[in-house]
Design a protein around this ligand. Structure first.
Ligand SMILES: [Zn+2]
Length: 317
């Protein structure tokens, strides 16, 4: 917590919080202009990526695309960023107080009317609130909420609230590591096991890869979910995967490095013969020999004393 020094001297955090709160109500982005008008190709690509076949699109844009129309892409906005000096100052103030890390925590959107191809987008954002100092598992810091007002042809069409936590990392804290006493040992992150997926992990413990099958309509689903995406039925049974599949797609991870992983390595989207797909590691094949369509076979990898994972062994043709 070395950053606390700057705000030390007795009143400490209160003084910082007062200075942070002075930014509430000030602009976070001014005079933003959408890079492209709302357009059918982007709507179509989004719907394909999301698997959203709603017949209302692309005559209107999916409401959840709201933020898309404000984004500058990898090359940024032609006229530069709309981000305000006040927002940069706020972030600098937090950096100076030791809150040098940032994580996006949540967003909320409000939709006032559907966007249609041809709509021209402008936007402004305001620093809506800065929280008092909060302590989280990641570290202690302040939540900063910005609200972006999005307009089409000057008419307000939606609002996008975005919240970040600017924080000073807790000593030894690292995402996916929940046992500080073992911080030195590089451990793979633990799966989050809950009522909705405990049956899957019980299957793994018996070296069985279980797929959910809706008892209402028979649709297979993976990963495990409480209800059927096809018919909404909440009753289900399981079928055991044969273990055969193919590489439907894959990425090779080079960066960022993560404890317990040794890049580069291949992460595959495996299509099981039963028809569902799952993400897993591909073993037995060098990362640069993995190919789409490659046959793979389920095996179980003992990672450490507490963790065993279903992975897929590739076969080079
Ligand atoms: Zn169903």
């Amino acid at each position: 917590m070395t950053g606390e020094r700057k705000v030390g001297r007795g009143v400490a955090g209160d003084d910082l919080y007062g200075r942070l709160r002075a930014y509430e109500g000030r602009a976070a982005a001014i005079g933003g202009v959408g890079k492209d008008p709302v357009n059918e190709p982007m709507i179509r690509h989004w719907c394909e990526a999301m698997g959203d076949a709603n017949a209302a699109y692309p005559a209107i844009a999916p409401p959840t695309m709201l933020q898309v129309w404000t984004m500058g892409g990898l090359s940024g906005h032609a006229g530069g960023s709309a981000r305000s000096e006040a927002y940069d100052e706020l972030l600098d103030l937090l950096d100076g107080a030791g809150c040098t890390s940032v994580v996006a925590t949540d967003c909320e959107q409000e939709y006032l009317r559907p966007l249609r191809p041809g709509d021209r987008i402008t936007f402004d954002a305001v620093i809506e609130s800065v929280s008092s100092r909060k302590t989280t598992k990641l570290g202690s810091g302040h939540f900063v909420t910005t609200r972006m007002d999005i307009r089409a042809g000057g008419e307000l069409v939606g609002r996008h609230r975005f919240r970040i936590l600017k924080y000073a990392p807790a000593r030894g804290a690292s995402v996916g590591k929940d046992r500080p006493t073992e911080a030195k040992e590089a451990r793979r992150p633990r799966p989050v096991i809950n009522r909705d997926n405990e049956g899957f992990w019980a299957g793994v413990a018996e070296h069985r890869l279980l797929i959910q099958r809706c008892t209402g309509c028979g649709t297979l689903r993976f990963p495990w979910l409480p209800g059927c995406g096809a018919c909404g039925c909440q009753e289900w049974e399981t079928v055991e995967a044969s273990g055969a599949g193919t590489v439907f797609s894959y990425v090779v991870m080079h960066h960022p490095p993560f404890p317990a992983f040794d890049p580069p390595y291949a992460v595959g989207l495996i299509e099981l013969v039963e028809g569902v797909r799952m993400i897993s590691n591909i073993t037995g094949v060098p990362y640069d020999k993995v190919r789409i369509g490659m046959p793979v076979e389920l095996e179980f990898l003992r990672v450490d004393a507490d963790l065993e994972l279903p992975v897929f062994r590739g076969a080079v043709a």
